[in-house]
Design a protein. Structure first.
Ligand SMILES: [Zn+2]
Lengths: 265, 320
């Protein structure tokens, strides 16, 4: 047996043929567990024919604080860039979705936990501004541990920056759909991820402000089952819907048609 | 290994001098004015010796000092006829944020701030200044009220962070903060923020941004608490890791000023704000008054355009 062809599902523990998972949009065919997607995989799954044009790929992060924990921030950046082949934790792309021109941004969790520093904030702001300029709807797929500590307060300022740019998009009456993937927490949730005209999530995605461990340590109690999962947020009125990956593309097309008042011909 | 002194040990000589001043103030000593002046000069001298030794952790300790002035102290000292208004009209009233209307320099303003308690009982009641979503929604309600009537908004930031609790998550802590940021970015009235103590992450930012960010010299504003950062990146909450985290995070007012995040530094009296409330109030009043006056001379269009420009400038990156 070629080990590389097989993998174990994180959830049901069944041994699966890798190609079967890939063919199934990286969802376990046995238990419907949604594996994490890379940013580019996400875009390929959503855009028509998997075709899109990447934008703002020329903005790179800088270690302006000279931040060093057990590793230098500079080195963490290089490692992440090498591992993902991306300059930063978010990609911006333009293309069509069901024939409708749209800008989609997808976050890359493998790039420092999808954390938001200056570049992520700048790219979200630019995408929102571009959407206003070109009169396009915007979709952001979040997958992020929150603000990036290695850029200190400047990371926190990206929360207001993204929110302010989205406020302008909102005033231009262009739709913004936020899709929250597992996990979306901290400053990302507390800024652009919760500001969609609609906010939807993938099944079982962890979504919150504080991380579950921090909450557990603070309240010194065990957390209820399903706490901070997409279904929990839906039940508490924080999401418009929970959408399985296999339906996501069609869900977005239908929603865009409604927001843009474009019934199918 | 030599253990580093915490701020409370460092400031002992100053506290001793301060106690002598207090004793003289209540006395009948005919030379007390001269004696007090001499003691104050001594405090200044002692402080000059301490300042170069201040680490980022010391600054965090000053910012969290239990005797430091809190929001309601500033309101009492600088504002007249404060009326506190309660509740978010959705769920509850959050005592970790106070909000209302007051007169400031002869005009009505909305004033909002995190509030910590001074006694154990009050601390618990105020949830140690850690708001729930209701706090942010109450703050927003008052800000929008100010917008409607054309009153400027003044906020005081002093929180360890938004409360990490089950109820807070259930009621949308993240959404509450996010929505505040969105509305604040377009609120049609001048907003001045004063960072008076702890600027704790998103919990601070939820009411901690506007047209001008003023910051007390020994307050701090951080993306995460040094303790939280140490736990995550150093996997250690010991004093050395916390010290390193605090230094790396660049949380000092001076650093934030250099980065263009803070617009104005407000000096603190020798010993820190807690040693001399009156001087602190005077300093805050001076800068707050000047800033507000300047903002109120701008047209609303210019104000909002400048606010957006300022927001858009936040970030350091390179283009290749
Ligand atoms: Zn499975």
């Amino acid at each position: 047996m070629n080990e590389g062809l097989w993998t174990r599902c994180n959830n049901c523990q069944k041994i699966l043929y890798k190609q079967d998972i890939i063919d199934n949009l990286k969802v376990c065919p046995q238990c419907n567990y949604h594996f994490r997607l890379g940013a580019l995989e996400r875009l390929q799954q959503l855009f028509d024919d998997g075709q899109f044009e990447l934008l703002d790929q020329d903005i790179y992060p800088v270690d302006f604080l000279g931040f060093q924990d057990q590793q230098k921030y500079e080195d963490r950046l290089k490692d992440s860039q090498k591992k993902t082949g991306l300059p930063e934790a978010i990609v911006t792309a333009r293309g069509t979705l069901g024939g409708l021109p749209v800008i989609i941004q997808a976050m890359e969790f493998a790039f420092m936990g999808g954390s938001m520093g200056s570049v992520v904030g700048e790219k979200v702001a630019r995408a929102a501004e571009r959407a206003v300029e070109e009169k396009l709807p915007l979709i952001i797929i979040s997958c992020s541990g929150g603000a990036r500590m290695q850029e200190g307060m400047m990371s926190l300022m990206q929360m207001i920056k993204t929110a302010a740019a989205l406020a302008r998009l909102s005033e231009a009456r262009l739709p913004y759909i936020s899709v929250l993937a597992d996990p979306t927490t901290g400053g990302t949730t507390a800024s652009f991820a919760m500001l969609g005209d609609i906010n939807i999530a993938e099944p079982n995605a962890l979504i919150g402000f504080a991380g579950p461990r921090v909450i557990e340590q603070t309240i010194k109690e065990k957390l209820p089952k399903g706490f901070q999962r997409a279904e929990f947020l839906l039940a508490h009125g924080m999401l418009d819907d929970v959408v399985e990956r296999k339906y996501l593309r069609n869900y977005l097309i239908k929603a865009l048609r409604l927001f843009l008042n474009r019934p199918e011909a | 290994m030599k253990e580093k002194l915490d701020f409370y040990s460092l400031e002992r000589p100053i506290i001793a001098l301060k106690e002598q001043i207090e004793a003289l103030e209540g006395s009948e000593d005919s030379n007390r004015r001269e004696k007090i002046a001499a003691l104050k000069a001594q405090i200044e001298k002692e402080w000059e010796k301490i300042v170069p030794k201040l680490t980022a952790v010391h600054i965090v300790q000053i910012a969290r000092h239990p005797k430091r002035p809190y929001t309601l102290d500033y309101i009492k000292a600088l504002f007249q006829d404060f009326m506190e208004f309660h509740g978010d009209r959705r769920f509850a009233d959050d005592p970790a944020i106070v909000a209302g209307l007051a007169f400031y320099k002869g005009q009505t303003v909305a004033v909002i701030g995190h509030q910590k308690g001074r006694t154990t009982k009050a601390r618990i009641e105020r949830n140690f200044g850690q708001p729930n979503p209701e706090g942010y929604r109450k703050a927003l309600r008052i800000m929008q009220m100010a917008e409607k009537f054309g009153f400027p908004v003044i906020t005081f930031v002093d929180t360890p962070g938004a409360y990490p609790g089950i109820g807070a998550e259930e009621r949308g802590q993240a959404e509450a903060i996010a929505y505040n940021l969105k509305v604040i970015s377009r609120l049609k009235t001048p907003i001045v923020n004063v960072i008076i103590g702890e600027g704790g992450s998103g919990g601070g930012l939820g009411i901690g941004f506007g047209d001008a960010l003023l910051m007390l010299e020994y307050a701090f504003y951080s993306v995460i608490s040094p303790e939280g950062c140490a736990a995550i990146l150093w996997k250690d909450q010991g004093p050395t890791a916390v010290e390193q985290a605090a230094e790396n995070l660049g949380i000092r007012a001076q650093k934030l000023f250099e980065l263009g995040i803070i617009d104005k530094l407000i000096p603190e009296p020798p010993g820190g704000a807690h040693i001399d409330h009156e001087t602190t109030f005077k300093n805050v009043d001076k800068h707050l008054g000047q800033t507000l006056k300047k903002l109120q001379q701008m047209s609303l269009d210019d104000l909002l355009a400048e606010r957006y420009r300022k927001i858009r400038r936040q970030g350091v990156f390179e283009t290749k």
